[in-house]
Design a protein around this ligand. Structure first.
Ligand code: NAD
Length: 253
């Protein structure tokens, strides 16, 4: 049997759905006729109306305000997700996260713990919730190429370490959950033009960065969303445990 279809999952949970990459994932899934349960700590502004030609069935976006570091809040959202979505989710994409930069000597323990909790611990909590309700399908976690590169353009040890933990989690969970038909992959963006990326406001740094990038430009949220959705689709049915860079070539530069 071959799978060449890029048809998207019909029932999806997306964290960080209010902004940037998570929002682009939610928008694309709704445009394709899917039902999306979007989680964010901020109330979501409405998604754009899907273009009439993109799908024969109208998609649906259901917003839940929750902090992804709050175990009880997440357990409640996941506990009700099947009822909310009309069935177990086919895909979960965990995009909520924060970026903090600081030289290590200036970094407080609180800042370190905040990064670890928001990026690493939340990945565990989302994966735990997903594993309890999914009967198959795909989990995608967002890491960053910063986990693998010491020559990032600014010091961000806590962020990089918090995203390294996401890669380890992906490896272990792919092995653990594969026998249940749940694929687990990570997407590793480079520098993407979203509200998280203040670098775009610093022309000088941006120019230097662009010279290092083989594709000579920053990425866009929809380009990362496309990778998340590919990994969530039937087209990726034999891919698990992978870390897919979406970085304009940063890792090979
Ligand atoms: P973004 O800031 O545009 O969006 C992040 C979303 O996560 C926001 O809506 C925010 O409210 C939500 N969020 C943050 N903390 C939360 C919490 N505790 N509970 C619930 N929601 C919370 O960022 P983005 O650029 O879309 O980044 C998405 C993911 O991609 C993140 O995990 C980020 O680390 C990763 N990433 C981004 C880049 C980049 O250049 N933008 C690069 C590498 C990795």
């Amino acid at each position: 049997m071959t799978h060449t279809s890029f048809s998207l999952p019909q029932r999806m949970i997306v964290t960080g759905a209010q902004s940037g990459i998570g929002r682009a994932v939610a928008q694309a899934a709704v445009d394709a006729g899917g039902t999306v349960l979007g989680i964010d700590r901020h109330a979501p502004s409405p998604l754009a109306e899907p273009a009439p030609s993109t799908s024969s069935s109208p998609g649906r976006f259901i917003a839940r305000i929750a902090d992804v570091t709050d175990a009880a809040a997440l357990d409640e959202v996941f506990g009700r997700a099947a009822e909310t979505l009309g069935g177990a989710p086919d895909a979960v994409i965990h995009s909520a996260g924060i970026y903090r930069q600081a030289p290590v000597g200036d970094m407080s323990l609180d800042e370190w713990e905040h990064s670890m909790r928001t990026n690493s611990t939340s990945s565990f909590l989302v994966a735990r919730g997903a594993s309890r309700i999914m009967t198959g399908g795909s989990l995608v976690l967002l890491t960053s190429i910063a986990y693998a590169r010491g020559d990032w353009f600014e010091p961000c040890a806590a962020y990089a370490a918090s995203k390294g933990a996401v890669v380890s989690l992906t490896t272990q969970l792919a092995a653990e959950l594969g026998p249940r038909g749940i694929r687990v992959n990570a997407v590793a963006p480079g520098v993407i033009n979203t509200p998280m990326t203040t670098i775009t406001q610093h022309e000088h740094a941006t120019a230097g960065l662009l010279q290092r990038l083989p594709l000579r430009r920053l990425g866009e949220a929809n380009e990362v969303a496309a990778a998340c959705l590919f990994l969530s689709s039937a087209a990726a049915s034999y891919i698990t445990g992978a870390v897919l860079p979406v970085d304009g070539g940063f890792l090979v530069s």
